[in-house]
Design a protein around this ligand. Structure first.
Ligand SMILES: *Cc1c(COP(=O)(O)O)cnc(C)c1O
Length: 229
């Protein structure tokens, strides 16, 4: 644990430096880029080391894992859900996480609406885009995004805050650029009751390139906590 703790601290220093440099290189304010710690398979004690170092934004992939670990997290942790989401699990997340990044279909948005209305809250979400058009991946295809955006924007207890993507590992920069353009297009034709303020893009292998393409929320797992077992 001691060794792992030191390693996480070193990793955070390096990641912060890399984020700062990547932002400065393209003339952006490093403060505009949020660093999320992706916690899947990581012991809560180690996650809390990151929180104590100021990485208070946590990304959870699995509903059950979130439920098992949440009580152990420091109170200042803000949890977002970033994993693929089944409709029948929505009720465990609405009002329990600050944001859901992986909304890619109306059936899911409708269920979030239903649960949020029941709880009397408005749930922040991002729309997940399948920018590489990979069949195996979740996310709405770019052509269908305007329709999903318009329909989900009409739900009174759902608040769209931006877009999220997991680009294919190959030809990553081409997909990052495509996503940058899509985000800009969405910003250029605003839909009432929505915001386009968050572009959640970039993981351990491509976060610097993602920042160069306008990402303002990078989701980092293995570069922070080490390779997953
Ligand atoms: C696992 C995961 C990450 C982090 O991946 P690393 O390559 O370990 O940084 C980011 N986003 C999502 C949606 C993930 O599932």
């Amino acid at each position: 644990m001691e060794m792992e703790t030191d390693l996480v601290r070193e990793n955070i220093l390096r990641i912060r430096e890399n984020v700062r440099n990547a932002a400065v290189r393209c003339g952006r304010d490093p403060e505009d880029v949020a660093i999320m710690a992706v916690t899947k398979t990581v012991a809560p004690e180690l996650v809390n080391i990151a929180v104590d170092c100021g990485i208070t934004l946590l990304g959870e992939n699995r509903v059950q894992e979130f439920q098992a670990k949440r009580e152990s997290y420091r109170p200042q942790a803000q949890v977002h859900f970033i994993g693929h989401l089944q409709t029948n699990k929505v009720k465990y997340l609405v009002g329990e996480v600050e944001m859901i990044h992986s909304v890619d279909r109306m059936s899911l948005a409708n269920e979030i609406e239903r649960c949020a209305e029941k709880r009397g809250i408005v749930q922040d979400i991002l729309l997940e885009v399948n920018i590489g058009g990979e069949e195996s991946k979740s996310g709405v295809c770019p052509d269908a995004l305007p329709q999903l955006l318009a329909q989900a924007a009409a739900l009174p207890h759902v608040h769209i805050c931006g877009l999220m993507t997991i680009p294919p590992p190959t030809q990553s920069s081409r997909h990052l650029e495509a996503m940058q353009k899509l985000f800009a297009d969405c910003k250029a034709s605003p839909v009432p009751n929505t915001e386009m303020r968050i572009l959640s893009m970039g993981m351990s292998g491509d976060y610097e390139a993602a920042i160069a393409c306008g990402s303002n929320l990078v989701r980092i797992g293995s570069a922070l906590f080490g390779a997953r077992k």
